[in-house]
Design a protein. Sequence first.
Length: 339
Amino acid sequence: MKIAVVGAGGIGGYFGGRLAAAGHDVWFVARGAHLQALRRDGLRIESPDGDLTVTPVRATDDTREIGPVDVVLLCVKTWQLEPAVEALKPLIGTGVGTGTAVVTLQNGVEAPERVAAAVGREAVLPGIAKIIARVSGPGRIQHVGGLGSLTFGEWDNRVGERARERSGERAGDRVERLREALAGASVTAVVAEDVWTELWAKFLFVVPLGSLGAVADVPFGVLRSRPGTRRLLADGMREIERVARAAGIPLPDGIVASTLDFVDAQPAQGTTSLQRDVLAGLPSELDAWTGSAVRLGARYGIATPVHDVLYEVLRLREEQARREHGTGDLPASGGAGTR
Ligand SMILES: NC(=O)c1ccc[n+]([C@@H]2O[C@H](COP(=O)([O-])OP(=O)(O)OC[C@H]3O[C@@H](n4cnc5c(N)ncnc54)[C@H](OP(=O)(O)O)[C@@H]3O)[C@@H](O)[C@H]2O)c1
């Protein structure tokens, strides 16, 4: 399978590295010192599931060098999407259900639509990464924890069937081919029955946890054990549950209770990337997480008072941290915060 990994960071480096080690034709789109190291020394993954060195590595900063591929794993941060999506065009081959699949792996629920605006919904497979991985140095990826799994599906969970009717192929062929490739690369790969439900379930988990953690500047263990912060966590989850239901997403009953159980199972010292980035004055995914919860609440007429407060306070914190660290101004809001 020919695969382009656009954004060879924590998740791109990890999943792309596993696929390359399994013998797939994997191209990494990277830049700067990371690109130089990938070309010179290959890719090194340190993981509790076994370390891995991939060498040589096909890496470039120019997608025209790659040409059409079977699958793109789109692994940049949400605030890096625009130029990355522009760079996708040379990678796209056509044909619904059989053409290039662009798997969006960003946290949040809006990335698939942003990518589809450029490449068409038929190309996009919304996806969810469950892992904790980071770039630990040029050419080096550290798998810190988490399952190391990918969940994905066709846009409307039925595109594969329509493609079969037209082309005589098996339903969901490209989805099944990707699942097989990942499974053969020691990655837990799940074809979602309803990929939007999965995406929103992750959103419901990560956004209240990340936003509250960033405001309070404490790890999961503290947030979940103090009655007040635990109640806010549950209230934030309920807000997202209500927005999801208003958006027609059939989240399972009891999702807030089961997500709180999942929070309880996380390492006590854990924090989200949102918390770490906001407090370090780095560009963050605040707009795609907390901002998006507020924005979508407004769109569907659902009050989101917990996220309204978290978003406004975090914008302020991020602005202050960026001033302190000299890391530039916050980009304009995606429209959240004002009702
Ligand atoms: N890491 C995790 O454990 C994890 C788990 C689940 C979901 N996610 C989600 O996955 C997404 C990616 O997260 P991540 O942690 O993997 O981010 P990351 O480590 O920062 O990786 C993103 C990579 O993309 C590169 N990049 C960005 N734009 C590029 C461009 N135009 N051309 C070439 N390279 C480009 C970045 O390079 P520069 O460093 O030069 O900018 C960086 O190496 C986020 O939405 C995150 O919320 C992450």
